[in-house]
Design a protein around this ligand. Structure first.
Ligand code: GAL
Length: 405
């Protein structure tokens, strides 16, 4: 993992902005502001867009890859499953199932047409459902199918295809022996702002959808679930118009929230939370709130999961300034501990493609927790937080033998 902390730079040249305005309009209204790199990234007709969404022939392919490219992660490339089909697991998370010694990757299946429900609405895809992929090595993924399906006919159902199902996460309940899925449930205008719960006896489903609610009677949009070492689990969600985050414990069966809730990062407008733990300290990566457009990530830390939470700063290292200020053109979704390598994690993020959401890409990168930077952070009053760093790599792989360590 230490080798993966080498800083990798990225250079790119931008073509001069294309002006579609005629000279008379320019004289009248002045020069139009040139598009930012994020505008270009989002514009499917731009060369910048193509650079960040390389074509299918560049895909990571676990079947046809020779030994040289085995286990290599290429952030942003299409990632094929063992059937040779692009993986559909956006806004996802990974569960390690001890019983089968297998990783399960759950995420939004967005394999449908991108459209707007109305002219001011967000780009969307109808609900297909939650996909599940299984793997022993975190690189070769077998499609286990859609384990929670969207509803075709019943328009009053939460999962009716015209609604929104985002950021599904699954945890295992050791007491009940059930796999419990939590997800963001919404209508096309994001006014329902609720969480949904589904349950299954098997990690590969089918999951039975139970219900949706507003936790603690509060709006809930981007969300995550975190299971602590002591078996207690928590729901973390963006609330109050996404202006703050809430955290609350789940009931013992993981099927509901308890009344115990704390508000944090108030007025900070953070979303896409991804929580993890190392040596008794809790960490979280969040994004800002700019829809499908990338923005700057922040890392936060707390000595108790219910807070108080403190903000550490932008964890992104390498690439270049634009890469670091856009989370490498992606948005956090999950942080997965690498077994056998304490302090090492895989940062999982989505590179959304709002012009064709099904073609959104995955950005997986090494995340490490380093020793505190004494010179910069030393204080008598506050804990000395370790630095959370996410390292950019064009391509990388986990250290050999991590599975046996
Ligand atoms: C983002 C959010 C995504 C999705 C999107 C819709 O802010 O993180 O999960 O809801 O907005 O525009």
């Amino acid at each position: 993992m230490r080798e993966l902390e080498a800083v990798e730079e990225e250079k790119f040249k931008l073509s001069p902005p294309r002006s579609r305005r005629n000279p008379r309009a320019v004289r009248r209204k002045g020069e139009r502001k040139p598009p930012t790199i994020v505008d270009e990234f989002l514009d499917e007709s731009s060369a910048v867009h193509d650079m960040f969404f390389p074509e299918l022939n560049m895909a990571v392919d676990p079947i046809n890859s020779g030994n040289d490219s085995m286990y290599l992660y290429y952030p942003g490339r299409v990632w094929l499953d063992t059937d040779g089909k692009p993986t559909q697991a956006h806004g996802g998370g990974v569960l390690y199932d001890k019983k089968t010694k297998t990783y399960f990757w759950y995420g939004e299946n967005k394999d449908g047409k991108t459209y707007k429900a109305h002219s001011k609405g967000a780009d969307r895809v109808d609900i297909v459902g939650v996909s599940c992929y299984s793997s022993k090595d975190l690189w070769t993924w077998k499609n286990e199918g859609v384990v929670l399906r969207g509803e075709e006919k019943n328009v009053t159902h939460d999962l009716h295809k015209s609604n929104v199902l985002e950021r599904p996460k699954v945890i295992y309940n050791d007491r009940t022996g059930k796999y419990v899925m939590w997800m963001h449930i919404d209508d096309a205008n994001y006014t329902k702002a609720s969480v949904g719960v589904a349950v299954s006896d098997s990690p590969t489903g089918p999951f039975t959808y139970l219900y949706s609610k507003r936790p603690h009677d509060c709006e809930s949009r981007d969300m995550a679930i975190f299971k602590d070492d002591d078996g207690k689990a928590y729901l973390i969600y963006s609330s109050e118009d996404n202006s703050e985050l809430h955290i609350g414990s789940l009931t013992d069966d993981y099927l509901d929230v308890t009344d115990d809730m704390r508000r944090f990062l108030i007025a900070q407008h953070r979303e896409a939370p991804a929580l993890f733990k190392h040596e008794g300290t809790y960490y979280m990566v969040t994004s800002g709130c700019t829809g499908w457009a990338p923005n700057t990530a922040l890392a936060h830390a707390a000595t108790s999961v219910m807070g108080p939470w403190e903000t550490l700063g932008n964890p992104c290292v390498g690439g270049n300034e634009v890469f670091r200020s856009t989370t490498f053109f992606s948005q956090s979704t999950f942080v997965l501990p690498v077994p056998g390598l304490p302090g090492s994690f895989i940062f999982m993020a989505d590179r959304w493609n709002p012009s064709d959401l099904r073609d959104s890409r995955y950005v997986w990168l090494p995340l490490t927790i380093g020793v505190p930077d004494e010179a910069a952070d030393y204080s008598f009053m506050f804990p000395l937080w370790s630095r959370v760093s996410i390292y950019w790599h064009k391509r990388w792989r986990l250290p050999d033998g991590w599975r046996d360590s």
